[in-house]
Design a protein around this ligand. Structure first.
Ligand code: FAD
Length: 506
Protein backbone atom coordinates (compact mmCIF):
# COMPACT_ATOMS: atom_id res chain seq x y z
CA UNK A 1 0.00 0.00 0.00
CA UNK A 2 1.37 3.43 -0.89
CA UNK A 3 0.68 6.17 1.60
CA UNK A 4 2.27 9.17 3.30
CA UNK A 5 3.00 9.25 6.97
CA UNK A 6 2.30 12.53 8.76
CA UNK A 7 4.32 12.65 11.95
CA UNK A 8 2.73 15.04 14.44
CA UNK A 9 5.24 16.46 16.90
CA UNK A 10 4.79 19.88 18.49
CA UNK A 11 2.20 20.94 15.89
CA UNK A 12 -1.00 19.52 17.36
CA UNK A 13 -3.63 20.98 15.04
CA UNK A 14 -5.08 20.45 11.58
CA UNK A 15 -5.37 24.17 10.74
CA UNK A 16 -2.47 25.90 9.01
CA UNK A 17 -0.63 22.60 8.94
CA UNK A 18 1.68 22.48 5.93
CA UNK A 19 2.81 18.87 6.27
CA UNK A 20 -0.76 17.52 6.47
CA UNK A 21 -1.75 19.56 3.42
CA UNK A 22 1.24 18.53 1.32
CA UNK A 23 0.93 14.87 2.31
CA UNK A 24 -2.76 14.89 1.36
CA UNK A 25 -1.87 16.18 -2.11
CA UNK A 26 0.44 13.25 -2.72
CA UNK A 27 -1.65 10.25 -1.69
CA UNK A 28 -3.42 8.59 1.25
CA UNK A 29 -2.44 9.83 4.70
CA UNK A 30 -1.73 8.12 8.01
CA UNK A 31 -1.48 10.49 11.01
CA UNK A 32 0.82 9.32 13.79
CA UNK A 33 2.00 10.69 17.10
CA UNK A 34 4.87 8.91 18.84
CA UNK A 35 5.23 8.85 22.60
CA UNK A 36 8.99 8.54 22.94
CA UNK A 37 10.10 7.16 26.32
CA UNK A 38 13.59 8.67 26.11
CA UNK A 39 12.17 12.19 25.67
CA UNK A 40 9.81 11.72 28.62
CA UNK A 41 12.63 10.35 30.77
CA UNK A 42 14.65 13.53 30.18
CA UNK A 43 15.24 15.99 33.00
CA UNK A 44 13.18 18.74 31.37
CA UNK A 45 9.98 16.67 30.96
CA UNK A 46 7.32 16.49 33.66
CA UNK A 47 3.78 15.33 34.30
CA UNK A 48 2.22 18.70 33.48
CA UNK A 49 3.80 18.71 30.01
CA UNK A 50 2.58 15.20 29.36
CA UNK A 51 -0.96 15.87 30.57
CA UNK A 52 -1.21 19.04 28.49
CA UNK A 53 0.03 17.00 25.54
CA UNK A 54 -2.58 14.28 26.19
CA UNK A 55 -5.38 16.84 26.28
CA UNK A 56 -4.10 18.32 23.03
CA UNK A 57 -3.86 14.89 21.37
CA UNK A 58 -7.47 14.08 22.29
CA UNK A 59 -8.54 17.37 20.74
CA UNK A 60 -6.46 16.73 17.63
CA UNK A 61 -7.91 13.24 17.25
CA UNK A 62 -11.41 14.70 17.48
CA UNK A 63 -10.59 17.27 14.79
CA UNK A 64 -9.23 14.52 12.52
CA UNK A 65 -12.27 12.29 13.15
CA UNK A 66 -14.63 15.10 12.23
CA UNK A 67 -12.92 15.03 8.84
CA UNK A 68 -13.08 11.25 8.49
CA UNK A 69 -9.57 10.49 9.75
CA UNK A 70 -8.02 9.86 13.14
CA UNK A 71 -4.75 9.76 15.02
CA UNK A 72 -2.68 6.66 15.61
CA UNK A 73 -0.63 6.66 18.80
CA UNK A 74 2.61 4.72 18.88
CA UNK A 75 4.87 4.24 21.87
CA UNK A 76 8.59 3.68 21.36
CA UNK A 77 11.68 5.39 20.02
CA UNK A 78 11.00 7.14 16.71
CA UNK A 79 13.30 5.07 14.48
CA UNK A 80 12.02 1.78 15.92
CA UNK A 81 8.42 2.93 15.42
CA UNK A 82 9.02 3.96 11.80
CA UNK A 83 10.75 0.66 11.12
CA UNK A 84 7.76 -1.20 12.60
CA UNK A 85 5.22 0.82 10.60
CA UNK A 86 7.26 0.42 7.43
CA UNK A 87 7.34 -3.36 7.86
CA UNK A 88 3.61 -3.37 8.51
CA UNK A 89 2.98 -1.39 5.31
CA UNK A 90 5.74 0.56 3.57
CA UNK A 91 5.03 4.28 3.25
CA UNK A 92 6.27 6.53 0.46
CA UNK A 93 7.26 9.61 2.38
CA UNK A 94 7.41 11.13 5.83
CA UNK A 95 5.94 14.59 6.54
CA UNK A 96 6.47 16.71 9.63
CA UNK A 97 7.23 20.24 10.77
CA UNK A 98 10.79 21.43 11.33
CA UNK A 99 11.32 21.06 15.03
CA UNK A 100 13.71 23.21 17.03
CA UNK A 101 13.61 21.19 20.21
CA UNK A 102 16.03 20.18 22.90
CA UNK A 103 19.29 18.32 22.32
CA UNK A 104 17.58 14.92 22.58
CA UNK A 105 14.96 15.68 19.95
CA UNK A 106 17.71 17.10 17.73
CA UNK A 107 19.68 13.83 18.03
CA UNK A 108 16.48 11.86 17.45
CA UNK A 109 15.84 13.84 14.25
CA UNK A 110 19.36 13.08 13.02
CA UNK A 111 18.70 9.36 13.60
CA UNK A 112 15.37 9.59 11.75
CA UNK A 113 17.10 11.35 8.88
CA UNK A 114 19.61 8.49 8.63
CA UNK A 115 16.85 5.90 8.76
CA UNK A 116 14.95 7.68 5.97
CA UNK A 117 18.08 7.73 3.82
CA UNK A 118 18.70 4.03 4.41
CA UNK A 119 15.10 3.20 3.45
CA UNK A 120 15.10 5.69 0.54
CA UNK A 121 12.17 7.54 2.08
CA UNK A 122 11.90 11.26 1.49
CA UNK A 123 11.34 13.28 4.67
CA UNK A 124 9.52 16.55 3.94
CA UNK A 125 9.84 19.07 6.76
CA UNK A 126 7.97 22.39 6.81
CA UNK A 127 8.70 25.49 8.86
CA UNK A 128 5.97 26.39 11.32
CA UNK A 129 7.84 29.28 12.91
CA UNK A 130 10.00 32.03 11.46
CA UNK A 131 13.07 29.94 12.26
CA UNK A 132 15.45 29.31 9.36
CA UNK A 133 17.33 26.03 8.97
CA UNK A 134 21.02 26.37 8.12
CA UNK A 135 20.78 30.15 8.34
CA UNK A 136 23.87 31.72 6.79
CA UNK A 137 23.47 35.20 8.16
CA UNK A 138 20.92 37.24 10.06
CA UNK A 139 20.70 40.19 7.70
CA UNK A 140 17.41 39.32 6.03
CA UNK A 141 15.94 37.35 8.90
CA UNK A 142 13.19 39.82 9.73
CA UNK A 143 12.16 40.05 6.08
CA UNK A 144 11.85 36.27 6.04
CA UNK A 145 9.77 36.32 9.25
CA UNK A 146 7.37 38.92 7.83
CA UNK A 147 7.04 37.02 4.55
CA UNK A 148 6.19 33.76 6.33
CA UNK A 149 3.67 35.47 8.60
CA UNK A 150 2.00 37.13 5.59
CA UNK A 151 1.42 33.88 3.69
CA UNK A 152 -2.21 32.72 3.79
CA UNK A 153 -3.09 30.29 6.58
CA UNK A 154 -3.79 26.81 5.25
CA UNK A 155 -7.24 25.26 5.56
CA UNK A 156 -7.45 21.69 6.88
CA UNK A 157 -7.29 19.48 3.78
CA UNK A 158 -9.72 16.83 2.60
CA UNK A 159 -7.67 13.63 2.78
CA UNK A 160 -7.82 10.07 1.67
CA UNK A 161 -7.26 8.66 5.16
CA UNK A 162 -5.61 5.42 6.21
CA UNK A 163 -7.71 3.83 8.95
CA UNK A 164 -6.67 4.32 12.58
CA UNK A 165 -7.90 2.61 15.79
CA UNK A 166 -11.40 3.61 16.93
CA UNK A 167 -10.30 4.91 20.31
CA UNK A 168 -7.22 6.78 21.34
CA UNK A 169 -5.34 4.97 24.07
CA UNK A 170 -2.74 7.10 25.79
CA UNK A 171 -0.37 5.80 28.46
CA UNK A 172 -0.67 7.07 32.01
CA UNK A 173 2.10 9.45 33.10
CA UNK A 174 3.36 6.98 35.72
CA UNK A 175 4.08 4.37 33.07
CA UNK A 176 6.53 6.87 31.53
CA UNK A 177 8.14 7.50 34.90
CA UNK A 178 6.42 10.87 35.33
CA UNK A 179 5.60 11.25 38.99
CA UNK A 180 5.73 15.02 39.58
CA UNK A 181 2.52 16.64 40.84
CA UNK A 182 0.34 18.31 38.22
CA UNK A 183 -0.10 22.02 39.10
CA UNK A 184 -3.78 22.20 40.10
CA UNK A 185 -4.33 25.56 38.38
CA UNK A 186 -2.47 24.93 35.13
CA UNK A 187 -3.97 25.72 31.73
CA UNK A 188 -5.64 22.85 29.90
CA UNK A 189 -4.38 21.64 26.55
CA UNK A 190 -6.07 21.51 23.16
CA UNK A 191 -6.79 23.78 20.23
CA UNK A 192 -10.26 24.69 21.42
CA UNK A 193 -8.84 26.02 24.69
CA UNK A 194 -6.18 27.86 22.71
CA UNK A 195 -8.74 29.51 20.42
CA UNK A 196 -10.85 30.60 23.41
CA UNK A 197 -7.76 32.10 25.05
CA UNK A 198 -6.80 33.92 21.85
CA UNK A 199 -10.30 35.37 21.31
CA UNK A 200 -10.62 36.45 24.88
CA UNK A 201 -7.26 38.21 24.63
CA UNK A 202 -7.82 39.89 21.26
CA UNK A 203 -11.30 41.16 22.04
CA UNK A 204 -10.99 41.97 25.70
CA UNK A 205 -7.88 41.40 27.81
CA UNK A 206 -5.39 43.04 25.41
CA UNK A 207 -6.58 46.42 26.72
CA UNK A 208 -4.54 45.76 29.87
CA UNK A 209 -1.47 44.33 28.13
CA UNK A 210 0.46 47.58 28.07
CA UNK A 211 1.16 48.39 31.69
CA UNK A 212 -0.34 45.14 33.02
CA UNK A 213 2.23 42.54 32.06
CA UNK A 214 4.95 43.36 34.59
CA UNK A 215 3.09 42.97 37.85
CA UNK A 216 2.49 39.36 38.86
CA UNK A 217 -0.92 40.51 40.10
CA UNK A 218 -2.26 41.79 36.79
CA UNK A 219 -0.13 39.67 34.42
CA UNK A 220 -2.17 36.44 34.60
CA UNK A 221 -5.06 38.21 32.86
CA UNK A 222 -3.20 41.03 31.06
CA UNK A 223 -0.80 38.69 29.23
CA UNK A 224 -2.11 36.68 26.31
CA UNK A 225 -1.50 33.31 28.07
CA UNK A 226 -0.90 31.75 24.65
CA UNK A 227 2.61 30.44 25.27
CA UNK A 228 1.71 26.80 25.97
CA UNK A 229 -0.65 26.67 22.96
CA UNK A 230 2.17 27.96 20.77
CA UNK A 231 4.75 25.62 22.31
CA UNK A 232 2.62 22.54 21.62
CA UNK A 233 1.44 23.88 18.27
CA UNK A 234 -2.27 23.88 19.13
CA UNK A 235 -2.26 27.28 17.44
CA UNK A 236 0.01 28.28 14.59
CA UNK A 237 2.10 31.38 15.15
CA UNK A 238 0.99 32.70 11.77
CA UNK A 239 -2.70 32.45 12.58
CA UNK A 240 -2.09 34.31 15.84
CA UNK A 241 -0.11 37.05 14.06
CA UNK A 242 -2.76 37.40 11.35
CA UNK A 243 -5.71 37.40 13.77
CA UNK A 244 -3.94 40.07 15.82
CA UNK A 245 -3.26 42.25 12.80
CA UNK A 246 -6.88 41.91 11.65
CA UNK A 247 -8.06 42.99 15.07
CA UNK A 248 -5.60 45.91 15.04
CA UNK A 249 -7.04 47.07 11.71
CA UNK A 250 -10.57 46.85 13.08
CA UNK A 251 -9.98 48.78 16.30
CA UNK A 252 -10.60 52.54 16.41
CA UNK A 253 -7.71 54.90 17.12
CA UNK A 254 -7.23 55.49 20.81
CA UNK A 255 -8.57 52.08 21.84
CA UNK A 256 -6.27 50.75 24.60
CA UNK A 257 -6.18 47.37 22.91
CA UNK A 258 -4.27 48.83 19.96
CA UNK A 259 -1.18 49.60 22.05
CA UNK A 260 -1.46 46.21 23.72
CA UNK A 261 -1.73 44.29 20.47
CA UNK A 262 1.13 46.20 18.87
CA UNK A 263 3.39 45.27 21.77
CA UNK A 264 2.08 41.72 21.64
CA UNK A 265 3.06 41.29 17.95
CA UNK A 266 6.61 42.28 18.84
CA UNK A 267 6.65 39.38 21.37
CA UNK A 268 5.56 36.98 18.64
CA UNK A 269 8.56 38.13 16.66
CA UNK A 270 10.84 37.60 19.67
CA UNK A 271 9.45 34.09 19.96
CA UNK A 272 11.14 33.12 16.70
CA UNK A 273 14.13 35.41 17.17
CA UNK A 274 15.08 33.54 20.35
CA UNK A 275 14.32 30.11 18.91
CA UNK A 276 16.61 30.88 15.99
CA UNK A 277 19.53 31.02 18.41
CA UNK A 278 19.05 27.42 19.51
CA UNK A 279 18.43 26.34 15.92
CA UNK A 280 21.73 27.94 14.89
CA UNK A 281 23.60 26.76 17.98
CA UNK A 282 22.00 23.72 19.67
CA UNK A 283 24.84 23.58 22.22
CA UNK A 284 23.54 26.68 23.95
CA UNK A 285 21.33 24.34 25.97
CA UNK A 286 24.52 23.28 27.79
CA UNK A 287 27.35 25.69 27.11
CA UNK A 288 27.79 29.41 27.56
CA UNK A 289 27.02 31.34 24.41
CA UNK A 290 30.18 33.30 25.15
CA UNK A 291 32.82 30.74 26.12
CA UNK A 292 34.79 33.45 27.90
CA UNK A 293 32.33 33.02 30.79
CA UNK A 294 33.18 29.33 31.25
CA UNK A 295 34.16 28.68 34.85
CA UNK A 296 32.51 31.86 36.15
CA UNK A 297 30.18 30.14 38.64
CA UNK A 298 30.60 26.37 38.23
CA UNK A 299 33.14 25.77 41.02
CA UNK A 300 31.06 27.71 43.55
CA UNK A 301 27.93 25.57 43.24
CA UNK A 302 25.99 25.81 46.49
CA UNK A 303 23.42 22.99 46.92
CA UNK A 304 21.80 24.71 49.90
CA UNK A 305 21.07 27.80 47.80
CA UNK A 306 19.59 25.68 45.03
CA UNK A 307 17.52 23.67 47.48
CA UNK A 308 16.15 26.84 49.12
CA UNK A 309 15.32 28.42 45.76
CA UNK A 310 13.44 25.40 44.44
CA UNK A 311 11.60 24.91 47.73
CA UNK A 312 10.52 28.57 47.79
CA UNK A 313 12.52 29.16 50.97
CA UNK A 314 14.95 31.92 49.99
CA UNK A 315 13.44 34.23 52.60
CA UNK A 316 12.76 36.96 49.99
CA UNK A 317 8.97 37.05 49.93
CA UNK A 318 8.43 37.96 46.28
CA UNK A 319 10.81 35.21 45.14
CA UNK A 320 9.19 32.56 47.33
CA UNK A 321 5.70 33.68 46.30
CA UNK A 322 6.67 33.34 42.62
CA UNK A 323 7.95 29.81 43.20
CA UNK A 324 4.68 28.94 44.92
CA UNK A 325 2.63 30.40 42.07
CA UNK A 326 4.67 28.38 39.57
CA UNK A 327 4.01 25.19 41.49
CA UNK A 328 0.29 25.88 41.52
CA UNK A 329 -0.16 27.20 37.98
CA UNK A 330 2.84 26.24 35.80
CA UNK A 331 3.08 29.86 34.61
CA UNK A 332 4.74 33.12 35.55
CA UNK A 333 5.04 36.39 33.64
CA UNK A 334 8.26 37.44 31.94
CA UNK A 335 9.35 39.95 34.56
CA UNK A 336 9.03 37.47 37.42
CA UNK A 337 10.80 34.73 35.42
CA UNK A 338 13.64 37.14 34.78
CA UNK A 339 13.72 38.10 38.45
CA UNK A 340 13.92 34.45 39.55
CA UNK A 341 16.87 33.82 37.25
CA UNK A 342 18.52 37.04 38.35
CA UNK A 343 18.22 36.09 42.03
CA UNK A 344 19.55 32.61 41.26
CA UNK A 345 22.42 33.94 39.16
CA UNK A 346 23.59 36.91 41.23
CA UNK A 347 22.99 36.90 44.99
CA UNK A 348 22.67 33.10 45.11
CA UNK A 349 25.46 32.71 42.53
CA UNK A 350 24.08 29.55 40.94
CA UNK A 351 25.11 28.49 37.45
CA UNK A 352 22.28 28.62 34.94
CA UNK A 353 22.08 25.02 33.69
CA UNK A 354 20.54 23.32 36.78
CA UNK A 355 18.37 26.37 37.46
CA UNK A 356 17.22 26.26 33.84
CA UNK A 357 16.36 22.57 34.05
CA UNK A 358 14.34 23.15 37.20
CA UNK A 359 12.49 26.06 35.55
CA UNK A 360 11.92 24.04 32.37
CA UNK A 361 10.09 21.53 34.57
CA UNK A 362 8.02 24.29 36.16
CA UNK A 363 7.06 26.15 32.96
CA UNK A 364 4.14 24.50 31.19
CA UNK A 365 5.12 26.48 28.09
CA UNK A 366 8.70 25.16 28.08
CA UNK A 367 10.05 25.97 24.64
CA UNK A 368 13.75 25.05 24.54
CA UNK A 369 14.74 27.75 22.03
CA UNK A 370 13.23 30.57 24.06
CA UNK A 371 14.03 29.08 27.41
CA UNK A 372 17.75 28.45 27.11
CA UNK A 373 18.40 31.70 25.26
CA UNK A 374 16.56 33.60 28.00
CA UNK A 375 18.32 31.67 30.75
CA UNK A 376 21.71 32.69 29.39
CA UNK A 377 20.61 36.25 28.73
CA UNK A 378 19.38 36.70 32.31
CA UNK A 379 22.43 34.92 33.76
CA UNK A 380 24.80 37.20 31.84
CA UNK A 381 26.65 34.49 29.89
CA UNK A 382 25.79 35.65 26.39
CA UNK A 383 28.42 38.33 26.80
CA UNK A 384 26.59 40.66 24.43
CA UNK A 385 23.77 42.21 26.39
CA UNK A 386 23.40 44.49 29.37
CA UNK A 387 23.59 42.82 32.76
CA UNK A 388 20.13 42.86 34.30
CA UNK A 389 20.01 42.44 38.03
CA UNK A 390 16.58 42.57 39.63
CA UNK A 391 16.37 43.42 43.31
CA UNK A 392 13.49 41.29 44.67
CA UNK A 393 12.64 43.83 47.36
CA UNK A 394 12.41 46.71 44.90
CA UNK A 395 10.45 44.50 42.49
CA UNK A 396 7.98 43.74 45.29
CA UNK A 397 7.56 47.43 46.09
CA UNK A 398 7.12 48.34 42.42
CA UNK A 399 4.85 45.52 41.33
CA UNK A 400 3.05 44.38 44.46
CA UNK A 401 2.91 47.61 46.49
CA UNK A 402 0.10 46.45 48.76
CA UNK A 403 1.47 42.96 49.16
CA UNK A 404 -1.61 41.22 47.76
CA UNK A 405 0.46 38.86 45.64
CA UNK A 406 2.87 37.92 48.40
CA UNK A 407 0.10 37.39 50.93
CA UNK A 408 -1.94 35.36 48.49
CA UNK A 409 0.80 32.84 47.76
CA UNK A 410 2.51 32.88 51.17
CA UNK A 411 -0.26 32.60 53.78
CA UNK A 412 2.33 32.57 56.58
CA UNK A 413 3.04 36.22 55.81
CA UNK A 414 -0.56 37.36 56.12
CA UNK A 415 -0.07 38.32 59.73
CA UNK A 416 3.06 40.41 59.05
CA UNK A 417 2.39 44.18 59.21
CA UNK A 418 2.64 45.90 55.77
CA UNK A 419 5.76 47.91 56.60
CA UNK A 420 7.72 44.69 57.21
CA UNK A 421 6.16 42.52 54.53
CA UNK A 422 8.96 42.58 51.98
CA UNK A 423 11.76 42.39 54.55
CA UNK A 424 10.24 40.41 57.42
CA UNK A 425 13.65 39.36 58.76
CA UNK A 426 14.16 42.95 59.89
CA UNK A 427 11.16 42.77 62.26
CA UNK A 428 12.16 43.06 65.92
CA UNK A 429 11.77 39.73 67.71
CA UNK A 430 9.06 41.16 69.93
CA UNK A 431 6.99 42.08 66.91
CA UNK A 432 7.58 38.65 65.37
CA UNK A 433 6.20 37.11 68.56
CA UNK A 434 3.25 39.51 68.62
CA UNK A 435 2.17 38.69 65.07
CA UNK A 436 3.02 35.01 65.47
CA UNK A 437 5.55 34.81 62.64
CA UNK A 438 9.02 33.79 63.73
CA UNK A 439 11.69 34.29 61.07
CA UNK A 440 13.68 31.09 60.65
CA UNK A 441 10.75 29.01 61.95
CA UNK A 442 7.51 30.05 60.25
CA UNK A 443 9.25 31.69 57.33
CA UNK A 444 12.75 31.33 55.96
CA UNK A 445 15.56 33.72 56.76
CA UNK A 446 17.45 35.09 53.72
CA UNK A 447 20.42 32.93 52.84
CA UNK A 448 22.75 35.84 52.14
CA UNK A 449 22.88 39.57 52.58
CA UNK A 450 21.22 40.71 49.35
CA UNK A 451 23.23 43.87 48.77
CA UNK A 452 26.60 42.40 49.60
CA UNK A 453 26.09 39.19 47.64
CA UNK A 454 24.81 41.08 44.60
CA UNK A 455 27.78 43.43 44.66
CA UNK A 456 30.19 40.49 44.85
CA UNK A 457 28.44 38.75 41.98
CA UNK A 458 28.47 41.80 39.73
CA UNK A 459 32.10 42.40 40.44
CA UNK A 460 33.03 38.81 39.47
CA UNK A 461 31.04 39.12 36.27
CA UNK A 462 32.54 42.49 35.35
CA UNK A 463 36.04 41.14 35.88
CA UNK A 464 35.43 38.54 33.20
CA UNK A 465 33.64 41.01 30.96
CA UNK A 466 36.58 43.40 31.10
CA UNK A 467 39.15 40.91 29.81
CA UNK A 468 40.44 41.89 26.35
CA UNK A 469 39.90 38.41 24.87
CA UNK A 470 36.31 38.36 26.20
CA UNK A 471 35.61 41.77 24.68
CA UNK A 472 37.15 40.68 21.39
CA UNK A 473 34.94 37.60 21.10
CA UNK A 474 31.70 39.61 21.30
CA UNK A 475 31.63 40.68 17.67
CA UNK A 476 31.35 37.13 16.33
CA UNK A 477 28.41 36.42 18.65
CA UNK A 478 26.60 39.59 17.62
CA UNK A 479 27.19 38.67 13.98
CA UNK A 480 25.74 35.20 14.43
CA UNK A 481 22.87 35.85 16.83
CA UNK A 482 22.18 39.58 17.01
CA UNK A 483 19.01 41.09 15.59
CA UNK A 484 19.70 43.44 12.69
CA UNK A 485 16.83 45.82 13.05
CA UNK A 486 15.31 47.03 16.27
CA UNK A 487 11.54 46.84 16.49
CA UNK A 488 9.66 50.13 16.38
CA UNK A 489 8.84 49.97 20.10
CA UNK A 490 12.43 50.67 21.01
CA UNK A 491 12.48 53.92 19.14
CA UNK A 492 9.21 55.06 20.66
CA UNK A 493 9.05 56.64 24.04
CA UNK A 494 7.67 54.08 26.44
CA UNK A 495 6.61 54.26 30.05
CA UNK A 496 9.56 53.61 32.35
CA UNK A 497 7.92 50.55 33.88
CA UNK A 498 7.53 48.94 30.48
CA UNK A 499 11.00 49.71 29.26
CA UNK A 500 12.74 46.48 30.12
CA UNK A 501 10.00 44.42 28.52
CA UNK A 502 9.79 46.30 25.25
CA UNK A 503 13.41 46.29 24.26
CA UNK A 504 14.97 43.53 22.27
CA UNK A 505 18.57 43.25 23.14
CA UNK A 506 20.26 40.79 20.88
C1 FAD B 1 14.23 32.69 32.09
C2 FAD B 1 13.08 32.74 31.12
C3 FAD B 1 12.63 31.58 30.54
C4 FAD B 1 11.58 31.61 29.62
N1 FAD B 1 11.15 30.43 29.09
C5 FAD B 1 10.14 30.43 28.19
C6 FAD B 1 9.68 29.21 27.62
O1 FAD B 1 10.19 28.13 27.92
N2 FAD B 1 8.64 29.27 26.74
C7 FAD B 1 8.06 30.46 26.38
O2 FAD B 1 7.12 30.47 25.57
N3 FAD B 1 8.51 31.62 26.89
C8 FAD B 1 9.51 31.65 27.79
N4 FAD B 1 9.94 32.85 28.31
C9 FAD B 1 9.43 34.12 27.76
C10 FAD B 1 8.18 34.71 28.45
O3 FAD B 1 8.38 34.84 29.81
C11 FAD B 1 6.94 33.87 28.17
O4 FAD B 1 6.79 33.68 26.77
C12 FAD B 1 5.66 34.56 28.62
O5 FAD B 1 5.74 34.85 29.99
C13 FAD B 1 4.48 33.62 28.34
O6 FAD B 1 3.27 34.19 28.69
P1 FAD B 1 2.27 34.77 27.59
O7 FAD B 1 2.03 33.80 26.50
O8 FAD B 1 1.08 35.28 28.30
O9 FAD B 1 3.16 35.97 27.03
P2 FAD B 1 2.81 37.26 26.16
O10 FAD B 1 3.48 38.43 26.79
O11 FAD B 1 1.38 37.37 25.90
O12 FAD B 1 3.62 36.99 24.82
C14 FAD B 1 3.07 36.35 23.69
C15 FAD B 1 4.02 35.32 23.17
O13 FAD B 1 5.23 35.93 22.73
C16 FAD B 1 6.34 35.09 23.05
N5 FAD B 1 7.20 35.79 24.00
C17 FAD B 1 6.82 36.63 24.98
N6 FAD B 1 7.89 37.10 25.64
C18 FAD B 1 8.96 36.55 25.06
C19 FAD B 1 10.35 36.65 25.28
N7 FAD B 1 10.86 37.44 26.23
N8 FAD B 1 11.18 35.94 24.50
C20 FAD B 1 10.70 35.15 23.52
N9 FAD B 1 9.39 35.01 23.27
C21 FAD B 1 8.53 35.71 24.02
C22 FAD B 1 5.76 33.81 23.65
O14 FAD B 1 5.56 32.88 22.63
C23 FAD B 1 4.43 34.29 24.19
O15 FAD B 1 3.48 33.27 24.27
C24 FAD B 1 10.99 32.85 29.26
C25 FAD B 1 11.45 34.02 29.86
C26 FAD B 1 12.48 33.97 30.78
C27 FAD B 1 12.95 35.24 31.41
Amino acid sequence: MNYNLVWFKRDLRVHDHASLLQASRNGPVLCVFIIEPSLWAAADATTQHYLFLRESLLDLDLALRKRGGGLRIEEGEAVAVFERLWHEAPFMALYSHQETGNWLSFQRDLAVQQWCRARCIKWHEFAQFGVVRRLQNRDLWKVHWEALMAEPCLDPPACNWIATPETLILPEPQSLGLIQPDPPLRQKGGRRQGIDTLRDFLFDRSGSYRGGISSPLSAPTACSRLSAYLAFGCLSLREVVQATRRQLDALPRGDARRAGLTAFVSRLYWHCHFMQKLESEPELEFTNLHRGYDGLREADWNPAHFQALTAGRTGWPLVDACVEMLKQTGWLNFRMRAMLVSVASYPLWLQWQPVGTWLAQQFLDYEPGIHWSQMQMQAGTTGINTTRVYNPIKQARDHDPRGHFVRHWLPALRRVPPEWLFEPWRMPLKLQQQCGVIVGVDIAEPLVDLEWATRQAKSSLYQVRGRPEVKAARAAIVEKHGSRKLPTQRRKKVAAGDWVQTQLEF
